[in-house]
Design a binder for this molecule. Structure first.
Ligand code: ZN
Length: 372
């Protein structure tokens, strides 16, 4: 279990296709993973999500710990049964959320104490506790607890947080004992190449089933994101799935795939969907806009999702304008299908050895939707 097979490699870039085996079936890579923070991809049922072609989905340890609490999920038989999703699930450790959403009281090498944003109560999360919570939740992949400082931090501050992230990784590895759950380590280090390299080497030394890169797309400039994507892969193991956390734009995903990243997640497709914005190629369309009032074409006629097969832009425009819940469901469904279709098309292009022709990620204008 949890082995990763590379099934094909691109002849001119570091792009590859692979299969990551989990307790709930295989995940073919490269692959976009939809985000269901609270054990739900907002507005969609499990069978609707399945029809988008989704394989592994995400949930969030921090949010599930606050509500409903991991003991309820354990009592239900684990997160798969609780939310009725029989395919792979990954839980993010909540490191990013602890530091970005809550009022921090105290960070130490032992963990983080903070105020519960729901009721103001005091919560202390240690790396050991975060692993215990994730083992109770029971996803296929658990993530190490990491310290993700703001991208504007000084090099000294990033270095200090990195030392703590590495200490926490050791504690996470020591306290993780579920054999049917993989633990991934997270490489941090901000925009500093020397720190990123140190972090990658440190995380590699644990020989975990997968490796993630965090602290990217946290508000920094796009060229800084590109620098990490281009620089880091040579320090990452070839025989493990490489997960670039929080990246959801097509250009950056295709660039990252060309450098050998395999897994991606982003809240954007569903967050945009809830605000009436549909993804079309690499554009975002606000379906609320009056120009869609009598546009009876589907959102994307080349898309085979349930939304595009059955409903027009005009109908969805009508729903959104009237705050009908179905409108948000239909757009979220299309947006997720769109992202999965994109990574599936890249996967096919790598296998057919035309990735560089069809996707040429280094040229902004060349995302080749004709191959989708
Ligand atoms: Zn669609």
């Amino acid at each position: 279990m949890f082995n990763f097979q590379v099934t094909s490699v691109c002849k001119t870039t570091n792009a590859r296709t692979g299969v990551f085996h989990t307790s709930h079936g295989p995940v073919e890579t490269p692959r976009f993973m939809p985000v269901g923070t609270l054990g739900t991809i907002k507005g969609l049922t499990s069978s609707q999500i399945k029809k988008t072609g989704a394989s592994m989905i995400l949930s969030n340890t921090f949010h599930l710990h606050l509500q409903p609490g991991e003991k309820i999920i354990k009592e239900a038989g684990g997160i798969h049964k609780f939310m009725n999703w029989d395919k792979p699930i990954l839980t993010d450790s909540g490191g990013y959320q602890v530091f970005s959403l809550s009022k921090l009281n105290k960070i130490s090498d032992e963990g983080v104490g903070f105020k519960n944003p729901r009721d103001g109560s005091y919560i202390f999360l240690s790396p050991e506790k975060v692993i215990e919570i994730q083992m109770d939740i029971g996803a296929d992949v658990a993530m190490a607890f990491d310290h993700c400082p703001p991208h504007t931090s000084t090099e000294n501050d990033i270095e200090d947080s990195l030392r703590r992230t590495h200490l926490w990784l050791e504690k996470c590895v020591d306290s993780h004992s579920r054999k049917d759950q993989a633990l991934f380590g997270i490489v941090q280090g901000g925009k500093y190449h020397n720190l990123r390299a140190i972090s990658a080497n440190f995380v590699n030394s644990f020989d975990l089933p997968g490796i993630a890169v965090g602290g990217v797309s946290v508000g920094e400039q796009i060229n800084e994101i590109h620098n990490v994507i281009n620089f880091l892969p040579k320090f990452l193991p070839l025989n493990k799935p490489r997960y670039l956390m929080g990246i959801g734009s097509l250009n950056e995903i295709s660039l990252a795939i060309s450098q050998g990243f395999d897994l991606f997640d982003c809240v954007l497709p569903t967050r945009l969907g809830r605000h009436g914005t549909a993804l079309f190629n690499d554009q975002r369309w606000n379906i609320r806009n009056a120009r869609f009032k009598n546009d009876f074409a589907p959102i994307d006629k080349t898309c085979s999702c349930e939304t595009c097969k059955n409903h027009s832009r005009a109908y969805i425009h009508h729903l959104i304008r009237n705050d009908e819940i179905l409108g948000l469901t239909l757009i979220s469904l299309h947006n997720i299908a769109h992202m999965i279709r994109f990574t599936n098309a890249i996967s096919k292009a790598i296998k057919d050895n035309c990735f560089t022709i069809d996707f040429a990620p280094w040229k902004r204008s060349s995302i080749a939707h004709h191959t989708w």
